[in-house]
Design a protein around this ligand. Structure first.
Ligand code: NDP
Length: 478
């Protein structure tokens, strides 16, 4: 049978206007940092410098928190919920109108394929703002008391894997509940947050309600430690989450942590195998595996392991790795040199510990940060690749014989963010899901998100829930 190659289908980059430099967004305006420092952000697909972005120090953070406090006390806190909703609806609509530009920008700064930023990230970003806009005047009916009040100023720190979506998860519920915000994006992916700041201006959001301070870990640490922050919300690594919990301990600040994961994707012998293969591929190769809830441990019933792996390898050989702006690309660039190094080191550890490594033939671009989709078989529970979060396109395969063994292996992790079950029996789905210590359990699907659905973890995956009615609780005092 003839096999046709895909011709390149690049999305036009000209739709987005990237400025050479960006300041901090404080009190409704872009300002130069007091620190006088800036850092470069690069396109991970080709290492081209995209822009220079201000590096906020503790004094910049202080100015931003003061602006947020002032806006909270004078404008946003006293404003009626129905009026706050109008701003949120307006922001949601502008995001939809500018979604193509934002998707291109996200793919350039992050490395993710345009078909994901365009079809997953941006629709979900807009949906979050629409959803929480709807709650802004109904807080009294959310189940948190008859007259719940906002907390005040929220300090929010987000990672690089879903830059704009994590911003939406943080900012939309905070504003709907009447809080004001100082948000720090990740140092490698600040650009969509800065364009979101422009959207706040376009929406005439009162100055100080949203403030964006760019910078590295020290900027995040200064924000978290600021005495006038009432609520801290963090998504990122478990290690930094622990540091933040220590900083916040003993203060009046409220804290939610959304940390790492090592999800089990469990395939039983009665599962529809082709569908399961699609779910496995989506579970681990979506967003280059830079997903906290990625299905990075495949647990497959021994009797079907050979057949499933054969189909999985065949499917992996069709994945197209390359230019994130090409609409045919399935797997884009790894976000940074540091992350690539981490993925390489853990994969090398997998081989050194005796697991068998396999990747399809795959030509990687010469410049930029790239890693071929990778599968490890012969993995045992003690291997580092079965225990540690790799945060890359690397799948560890383990087998099991009985449902009880599957549950035991799935739960044998310090994390507890998500899991997947593949079986044709509804009763088995319910029985297994009941025993899994994971915040989200998908059945016969994976990596599905919706603003109405709460998301969060057990154990070292953090605490608190984001999304849905539950996501409001973190931003309300009773
Ligand atoms: P981090 O946890 O270091 O980064 C997350 C955010 O926290 C970034 O904005 C970062 O800033 C900021 N930050 C870093 N140090 C501090 C601090 N001491 N106080 C406050 N904020 C801080 O994740 P990394 O980007 O370093 O990734 C490391 C690993 O973490 C990944 O390999 C992956 O395993 C995991 N991870 C998990 C995520 C998840 O969604 N669960 C998301 C991202 C990473 P900056 O980036 O500017 O340094």
């Amino acid at each position: 049978m003839a096999v046709f190659d895909y011709a390149p289908a690049p999305e036009s980059r000209s739709i987005v206007d990237i400025q050479p430099t960006y300041g901090l967004f404080i009190n409704g305006e872009f300002t130069d940092p007091r620190s006088g420092e800036c850092r470069k952000t690069v396109n991970p697909a080709n290492e081209e410098v995209l822009a220079e972005v201000a590096e906020a120090d503790a004094s910049d953070v202080d100015v931003a928190v003061r602006a947020a406090r002032q806006a909270y006390e004078t404008v946003w806190g006293p404003m009626r919920g129905s009026d706050r909703a109008k701003y949120l609806f307006r922001i949601a609509r502008i995001i939809q109108e500018r979604s193509r530009e934002l998707a291109v920008l996200e793919s350039i700064d992050n490395g993710k394929p345009i078909k994901e930023s365009r079809d997953v990230d941006l629709p979900l970003v807009a949906a979050h703002f629409f959803y929480y806009a709807g709650w802004a005047d109904k807080l009294a009916y959310a189940g948190f008391g008859p007259d719940p009040k906002p907390l005040g100023v929220a300090g929010q720190v987000i990672p690089w894997n879903f830059p704009l979506l994590m911003l939406a998860w943080k900012i939309a519920p905070a504003l709907a509940a009447g809080n004001t915000v100082v948000l720090k994006p990740a140092e490698t992916t600040p650009l969509t947050a800065l364009h979101f700041a422009q959207i706040c201006q376009q929406a005439d959001l009162p100055p100080g309600v949203v403030n964006i301070v760019t910078g590295g870990g020290a900027t995040g640490a200064a924000l978290v430690a600021h005495p006038d922050v009432d609520k801290v919300a963090f998504t990122g690594s478990t290690e930094v989450g622990r540091q933040i919990a220590r900083t916040v301990a003993g203060t009046r600040k409220r804290l939610t942590l959304e940390l790492g994961g090592k999800a089990a994707n469990i395939v039983f012998d009665d599962a529809p195998l082709d569908q399961a293969v699609e779910g496995i591929v989506n579970g681990i190769f979506f967003n280059q595996g830079h997903v906290c809830c990625a299905g990075s441990r495949l647990l497959v019933q021994e009797s079907i392991a050979d057949e499933l792996l054969e189909r999985l390898k065949r499917r992996m050989a069709t994945l197209r790795v390359g230019d994130p702006l090409d609409k045919n690309t399935d797997i884009g660039a790894i976000n940074s040199a540091a992350q690539l190094e981490k993925i390489r080191a853990l994969s090398a550890a997998g081989e050194a510990e005796g697991a068998q490594r396999w990747s399809p033939p795959c030509e990687l671009p010469a410049r930029g940060f790239w890693f071929a989709p990778t599968l490890f078989t012969g993995v045992s529970q003690t291997h580092r690749i079965a225990r540690e979060e790799i945060f890359g396109p690397v799948l560890s395969v383990l087998t099991f014989r009985t449902p009880a063994e599957a549950v035991e292996k799935a739960n044998n992790t310090p994390y507890g963010l998500s899991a997947g079950i593949w079986t044709e029996k509804g009763s088995r789905i319910l029985a297994i899901a009941d025993q899994l210590r994971a915040g989200v359990v998908w059945a016969n699907t994976f990596n599905k998100f919706d603003p109405t659905s709460p998301f969060g973890g057990y154990k070292e995956s953090g605490y608190g829930r984001e999304g849905g009615r539950h996501g409001l609780e973190a931003y309300l005092a009773r």
